[in-house]
Design a protein around this ligand. Structure first.
Ligand code: SF4
Length: 247
């Protein structure tokens, strides 16, 4: 299983001057998926043994390398606290100590506690009851919980509830900007809508696509991109400039 995000801190790119007409944008979104899938193969995300582990991982990975998230998750498993009941009972300070490797551990412990409290008060500590709600209701409810923003909420909806919503992260934004599909001022919703318009609403495809973007960001489309061997080079004017192959 591959690792998740190396870091959410992606450098800001200069604004692109190319934004394609909508029909071209939609076609390109499909082409990008096909090329990344061919280059990297199926990623099979999310790397977790249960829905709860996935959700805790999504909270812990905020501004944190995945390698450190796995250390924190391992601590929780070793101490037998990776269950809703145990997370409800454990003192917040104790929880913070266990997840220390993931950074911002006091804030993240408060977020985990807030999530567990919400599931307890609204769903009787039954996660499946929450995750089977209709997508818009689930999304609204997740966004109402302290510490859960759009990216974390959509990660939970896609990977824990297996419902088709596209996850937009900093890597997605950087890739689209370099490919001239956005100009860089678009908000989360606008970028998410581009994927929703361009792809059939299939959770399996959305899961793979997001994972492939992360893999691509780690292997090639880094802060300093390795464009020479990029499967998207022929459609990326930014990359052609970097690779010195702009005609
Ligand atoms: S060509 Fe370079 S900048 Fe463009 S997508 Fe590939 S790695 Fe990223």
């Amino acid at each position: 299983m591959s690792t998740r995000h190396a870091s959410r801190a992606v450098q800001r790119e200069p604004p692109s001057t190319v934004v394609w007409p909508e029909s071209d944008q939609m076609k390109r979104v499909g082409q990008i998926y096909d090329r990344l899938l061919e280059a990297y193969g199926k990623q099979g995300w999310w790397p977790a043994d249960s829905s709860l582990e996935m959700i805790i991982g999504a909270i812990l990975t905020q501004a944190c390398a995945w390698e450190n998230v796995t250390k924190a998750i391992r601590n929780l498993k070793r101490r037998g606290v990776l269950s809703l009941g145990a997370l409800d009972r454990i003192a917040q300070l104790r929880l913070a100590a266990l997840i220390r490797p993931a950074g911002y551990y006091n804030a993240k412990a408060a977020k985990i506690k807030a999530f567990v409290k919400h599931v307890k008060e609204n769903h009787g500590l039954k996660l499946s009851r929450m995750l089977t709600m209709q997508l818009p209701v689930l999304r609204e409810e997740l966004l109402s919980i302290y510490g859960i923003g759009p990216e974390t909420a959509d990660s939970i909806i896609l990977y824990a509830a297996s419902k088709p919503v596209f996850v937009v992260d900093a890597y997605t934004r950087r890739l689209l900007l370099r490919l001239g599909l956005i100009i860089g001022r678009e908000n989360y919703q606008t970028i998410q809508d581009l994927f929703a318009r361009s792809l059939a609403p299939d959770a399996g495809t959305f899961k793979e696509y997001h994972a492939l973007i992360v893999e691509h960001a780690k292997q090639r489309c880094r802060a300093k991109p390795l464009c020479d061997s990029c499967p998207l080079l022929s459609m990326c004017s930014y990359g052609k400039r970097i690779a010195g192959t702009m005609s």
